[in-house]
Design a protein around this ligand. Structure first.
Ligand code: FA5
Length: 338
């Protein structure tokens, strides 16, 4: 068993060599290694304390007191060394150069379809139209019945529509913005002159010009003495305002249950091989008297016209896009162009 003098000597040697090592630990890593070696849970001070229980009762008190003093001395020395080392390390980090240009955060922007909807609303507002809105989840009354589309009509085939299961028999995603014609005429005093833009849904086979979800802009004008000539002029003037004065449009006779007479509006696309191709932009016509009747407007006094145009196809024509799918693939490299 070592004598008290020897024990005292051991503790003093431990303290002195720890101080010597600490003087050499000049960076944060070396300092941390020193802390683990001497003050850590398996370090030299812990070992020195562990000897306490092996010592005879009469030396335990003296040894414990001295060991504690050594521990406190080393703790203080460590704290001093640490506060001296940390600022030095910080000072060696290069200072920020505040004269450098800032890094701009990447900010997104609205999708080209949203931009186009805003532009369409602007153009039609300048032409005297109010902007109207309607729900995307509709019922058969507004999507078909009030639009004079009979039960046997192929457009009402459940396989050609998205009905919503579990919400009652006739709840569906609207297949056309013409539903808004009905809602506006139900709720407004005459005359009405509105446009409404929004999403519509049809389980169409997806190809370069068709999607299962797309957008339409609907126009409706009802007043006394409204004529087909007003309709044709309005659509042509709109096309010039949106596409530019050189745009080529044509009207073809067509059929819609809710307009009579009806027409299809085509627009000339410039194809990648340099050729031109007529592509259908939408439908239009004079509001059918049965539709006016359905919303309690007297067809003997009032006439009206309506149109519904595909917004994706407008965007495609204006920006030379030849596949509708690129609008929905969320490829940032594509979308950033607009
Ligand atoms: C209609 O939806 C009628 N409601 C338009 C109308 C309104 C007629 C008012 C008369 C009075 P149609 O199903 O043809 O019509 O669609 C109109 C336009 O929507 C099309 O010309 C086309 O531009 C666009 N469209 C139709 N189906 C798709 C589709 N699957 N993908 C992308 N665009 C489509």
């Amino acid at each position: 068993m070592p004598t008290w003098d020897e024990l005292q000597q051991e503790l003093q040697t431990l303290r002195d060599s720890a101080r010597d090592q600490l003087a050499k630990a000049t960076d944060p890593d070396a300092l941390e290694r020193w802390r683990i070696d001497y003050l850590g849970s398996k370090g030299a001070i812990k070992d020195a304390m562990a000897r306490l229980k092996e010592l005879p009762r009469e030396t335990r008190g003296q040894y414990g007191k001295l060991a504690n003093e050594v521990k406190n001395t080393l703790n203080e020395a460590y704290e001093q060394a640490r506060s001296a080392t940390v600022p030095a390390a910080t000072a060696s980090t290069p200072a920020e150069d505040v004269t450098l240009p800032g890094r701009k955060p990447r900010v997104g922007h609205t999708h080209i379809i949203t931009q186009t909807i805003q532009e369409l609303c602007d153009i039609f507002s300048r032409m005297g139209f109010e902007v109207a809105y309607g729900p995307e989840v509709e019922d058969e009354q507004h999507n078909f019945i009030d639009l004079n589309i009979p039960a046997w009509h192929p457009a009402r085939d459940p396989l050609d529509n998205f009905f919503i299961a579990g919400c009652g028999e006739d709840v569906m995603l609207r297949s056309q913005t013409s539903t808004i014609q009905i809602r506006v005429m139900e709720d407004s005093d005459l005359p009405v002159r509105v446009v409404a833009c929004g999403r519509v849904y049809r389980p169409d086979t997806v190809d370069a010009t068709h999607s299962f979800m797309f957008h339409q802009v609907e126009g409706l004008y009802v007043d006394e003495g409204v004529s087909m000539a007003d309709l044709k002029t309005t659509v042509e003037q709109f096309c010039k305002a949106y596409f530019g004065p050189d745009v080529a449009t044509r009207f073809r006779p067509s059929f819609f249950p809710f307009t009579e007479p009806s027409a299809e509006v085509d627009i000339l696309f410039h194809m990648p091989d340099g050729s031109g191709k007529w592509i259908e932009l939408g439908g239009c016509g004079m509001v059918d008297p049965n539709v006016l009747d359905a919303v309690n407007i007297d067809p003997e006094t009032y006439t009206g016209w309506a149109f519904g145009l595909g917004i994706e196809r407008m965007v495609m024509r204006k920006h030379n896009i030849h596949d509708i799918r690129t609008l929905y693939e969320s490829d940032i490299r594509f979308l950033q162009q607009f």
